[in-house]
Design a protein around this ligand. Structure first.
Ligand SMILES: O=C(O)CCC(=O)C(=O)O
Ligand SMILES: [Fe+2]
Length: 328
């Protein structure tokens, strides 16, 4: 089972050291004591169910294909990980901002969301969730910084102006279905941002996490907890001391469906996450940044995000940015 950390534990040096070691070795844990209102979390899953139950035409009216900013709905099978089709439907939501006129490259990720006209509660609920989780996420980041003997506020600047949080509301249909017998709900990947807080529907399973020895362990939902994991930018910021762990979701076999809401806490698109100068006893245990030719890691969040968005949604990329280079 994944380790459990209570947020209150992190007020002590011993608790912070535990956070640091867990995220050095495992990179994933259950977070208890986060203080986010239970009723809000229930509301998130209620509105998620309502969204997925909308008629296909309503969902398609906010298709991501309409959005040069990679926002909106993707039907089941409309997304790729490692070049393979993921078996999930989802809506991708980011900060509600105007596009940047004349923007090039990753700055084109900034822009408005698409909201379903038939479900006004979705926007309100996601807004409330964003406020609550941004607060928990920033507290965690300060604890991480302190655990690495850095200034606890070292990450604050990168998030102070226009953080590029991404929230997904996801449904994995059951397996097998008439048109899908494969296991890939979402293929093995690292998250591209700083840290992810994952809300799992109570009772659900299917998430698997890769261990240091290359085995896969199950991470079922745990009542009252979020699952937290490190993204690639924290691996980069710590020279690989903290681990951006690969994970995947198997489509539910013998269970009706699975809902999840991953919350990706990301800095501003043009922010470069500061490199943390580790004290010698930690530096000697840093593994270095994983050099995977198939998955380059960038220090600027927007570059990393552009890589992951264009790879996951080649149809959106081709429609809005024809003639640009293959996704990296
Ligand atoms: O749905 C889940 O449990 C995990 C999803 C995930 O890893 C992702 O969207 O990055
Ligand atoms: Fe993920």
């Amino acid at each position: 089972m994944l380790p459990v950390i209570d947020l209150a534990e992190l007020d002590t040096p011993v608790g912070r050291e535990r956070l640091r070691e867990i995220t050095h070795h495992v990179g994933f844990f259950y977070l208890d004591g986060h203080g986010v209102d239970r009723e809000l979390l229930d509301r998130v899953f209620t509105v998620a169910r309502e969204f997925f139950a909308l008629p296909e035409a309503s969902k398609q009216s906010i298709a991501m294909l309409n959005s040069p900013h990679f926002r909106g709905y993707n039907r089941v099978g409309g997304e790729l990980t490692n070049g393979e089709t993921d078996w999930r439907e989802q809506i991708d939501i980011g900060p509600e901002r105007q596009p940047i006129p004349g923007a090039a490259g990753y700055l084109r990720l900034q822009g408005p969301n698409q909201w379903p006209a038939d479900l006004p509660d979705l926007e309100k609920t996601i807004e409330a969730l964003d406020a609550a989780l941004a607060d928990v996420g920033m507290r965690l980041l300060r604890h991480w910084a302190a655990s690495l003997d850095a200034d606890p506020a070292i990450f604050d600047d990168a998030f102070a102006h226009a953080p590029a949080t991404l929230i997904k509301v996801v449904r994995y249909p059951e397996r097998p279905s008439a048109d899908h017998t494969g296991e890939q709900g979402v293929g093995a990947h690292k998250d591209s941002g700083v840290l992810t807080m994952l809300l799992l529907e109570p009772g659900s399973s299917g998430l698997q996490v890769e261990t240091e020895t290359g085995d896969w362990i199950d991470a079922p939902a745990r009542a009252g907890s979020f699952v937290v994991n490190i993204g690639e930018l924290l691996e980069v910021a710590t020279g690989g001391y903290l681990r951006a762990t690969r994970h995947r979701v198997l489509t539910p076999a013998g269970a009706p469906e699975r809902l999840s809401v991953p919350y990706f806490l990301n800095p501003a698109l043009d922010a470069t996450v500061p490199t943390i100068g580790l004290p010698p006893h930690l530096a000697e245990r840093a593994r270095g940044i994983e050099l995977d030719p198939a998955n380059p890691l960038y220090r600027t969040y927007g570059e990393n995000a552009w890589k992951s968005r264009t790879r996951a949604h080649p149809d959106v990329y081709a429609r809005w940015y024809p003639g640009e280079a293959e996704p990296e």
